[in-house]
Design a protein around this ligand. Structure first.
Ligand SMILES: Nc1ncnc2c1ncn2[C@@H]1O[C@H](COP(=O)(O)OP(=O)(O)O)[C@@H](O)[C@H]1O
Ligand SMILES: [Mg+2]
Length: 359
């Protein structure tokens, strides 16, 4: 096992005008699970492929377990990889597919058999060992790809959107299984996804990427709770974080349109500024009648979600999503009241979109 240090990786593809990764630095602790999360085209796969040795950077370095591997070929890095298009050999048995890497490494046959059996048990593939992948479901084929990756004793496990070809339910089930398997293995894992819920559920740390750069690195709850900029807040969470244009008066009061909100005291340092208030749907309290410190909103859409009701509301010409308890009865055009608790409010600069720090 090994930690990974990524230092200032820059990569531009031939003919590309933008950098696919733009000065990315990141430390991945030994045995940890790190997720690279971001929209399509932000450079996740490129970064992973540079860890694997399938792409070379223009500049910067990668070290695994303290060894500089930047220019080493993939087979000299002791890594194992699972791809999105789980390239299994369709005309070879599941057993052959799982053992393939070991066979290439010229591991003795009885050891291969043992490891294949171990991985097949772990991934519930034992009944299918002699079948052809063509006769398996998508989920089972994906398990074969994971089994093949974990039988080789790699220092690092790299996975690129390994669940994206599965349907929603299978994805959810396999996600927690995968988490358990990787936890038990204890192998340093780097996992790429564009799915924010997957990233939050799997990662010890999440690196949110945008345009070839890391926008925020943190543990999942921190990244969710305190996005470092509006991009991260808008990308993570379902619904995304609400952003509301607000103003801070010279004496530190927070106002949205004509209405005044209870604000944390740190706002005094931003006196006389236009800012953006960030707040998650579940952190807004809703009331049918006016309450002290609450502000008025008009209901636009009511969506029962089962365990909660998602409301789309208008506050002073701005649209917000808020969560109400399932017992909350309301309808479009009604006025309701919203309460914001100061400790769940986040504040962003109107121009730069970066989180504001109290000074
Ligand atoms: N083989 C390639 N040749 C040229 N450009 C590429 C190649 N692979 C990726 N890119 C470009 O590099 C950027 C990052 O791509 P990629 O790493 O695949 O992003 P992601 O995995 O986050 O979707 C994108 O602009 C993409 O178009
Ligand atoms: Mg990709």
């Amino acid at each position: 096992m090994a930690d990974i240090t990524i230092s200032n990786l820059v990569k531009t593809y031939p003919g590309g005008t933008e950098r696919a990764t733009d000065d990315v630095s990141l430390h991945i602790a030994d045995g940890s699970f790190t997720v690279l999360l971001g929209p399509s085209g932000c450079g996740k796969t490129t970064l992973l492929r540079m860890l694997a040795g399938l792409e070379l950077p223009d500049s910067g370095a990668v070290s695994i377990g303290g060894r500089d591997v930047t220019y080493l070929p993939p087979n000299k890095r002791n890594i194992s990889m699972v791809f999105q298009s789980y390239a299994v050999f369709p005309h070879r048995s599941v057993r052959y597919n799982i053992g393939f890497g070991l066979q290439m490494a010229k591991v003795p046959k009885e050891q291969i058999d043992k490891k294949v059996q171990w991985a097949a048990d772990l991934l519930q593939l034992t009944p299918y060992l002699d079948r052809l992948p063509a006769k398996l479901s998508g989920g089972q084929r994906q398990r074969v790809a994971v089994a093949r990756a974990i039988v080789v004793d790699a220092d690092v496990l790299l996975m690129d959107e390994p669940l994206s070809n599965l349907d929603a339910l299978l994805r959810l089930n396999f996600r927690s299984e995968l988490k358990k398997i990787v936890q038990d293995l204890g192998t340093t894992t780097v996992y790429v996804t564009h799915d924010q819920s997957e990233a939050l559920s799997l990662g010890d740390q999440v690196a949110v990427m945008r345009k070839g750069r890391i926008a925020q690195l943190g543990d999942p709850l921190d990244v969710y709770d305190a996005p470092s900029d509006r991009f991260v807040g808008g990308f993570i969470g379902s619904p995304p974080m609400n952003f509301v244009d607000a103003a801070v008066t010279p004496d530190g009061e927070l106002v949205v349109g004509d209405q005044r909100l209870m604000a944390p005291s740190l706002l005094r340092s931003f006196g006389n500024h236009n800012i953006v208030l960030g707040v998650r749907a579940e952190n807004v309290s809703v009331a049918k009648d006016r309450e002290s410190g609450y502000i008025a909103a008009t209901v636009l859409v009511v969506e029962p979600m089962g365990s909660t009701i998602l409301l789309t509301v208008d506050v002073e010409g701005q649209t917000l999503k808020v969560q109400a308890p399932p017992s909350f009865r309301t309808a479009p055009h009604q006025t309701i009241w919203l309460g914001f608790s100061p400790n769940t409010m986040r504040f962003y600069d109107r121009e730069t979109s970066m989180a504001l720090e109290a000074n």
